[in-house]
Design a protein around this ligand. Sequence first.
Ligand code: S3P
Length: 166
Amino acid sequence: MNNIILCGFMGCGKSSVGRKLAAKTEREFVDMDRYIEEKAGKTVSEIFAEQGEEAFREMEREACRELSDREDLIIAAGGGTLTFRENVETLRKGGRIVFIDVSYENLCKRLSRDTRRPLLQVENRNEKIKELLEQRLPLYKSAAGVFVNGNFSSARVADNIIGILY
Ligand code: S3P
């Protein structure tokens, strides 16, 4: 019941904050995208390209079920994970969900050179970020019990999470 699950938009720092948080709290860190890639033996981009997004979402649901059965983890979810009610319910059973809130402007900056996120390999990336963010913000907010401002360094965000949860 005591996992810490980090949620938020692509580029909000779930993985870098998660690694810092794990080091500071001496817990194991699991990056859900890497977990899925290891199980599938291919990258997220390859899964999207070869099997489609729905196949990826099924792998993601399975990862949520498996990880929520474990304890003491710091889990960086994917940017889409907590937009699905089923995953929210599954992960909530195993721990607390923390939303890392980063402004649209900072997300655009952080994601401007990304090549590994299939949803962002489109002509007008900032428009896509805006559209997805509008759809997803209310879902992240309803999924999470804890909110942190993510517009700072990952070390500072990790310290703020520790300040709230410990
Ligand atoms: C996705 C976010 C990605 C990854 C996949 C889909 C999304 O994770 O799961 O590309 O739907 O927002 P990150 O948030 O770690 O980039």
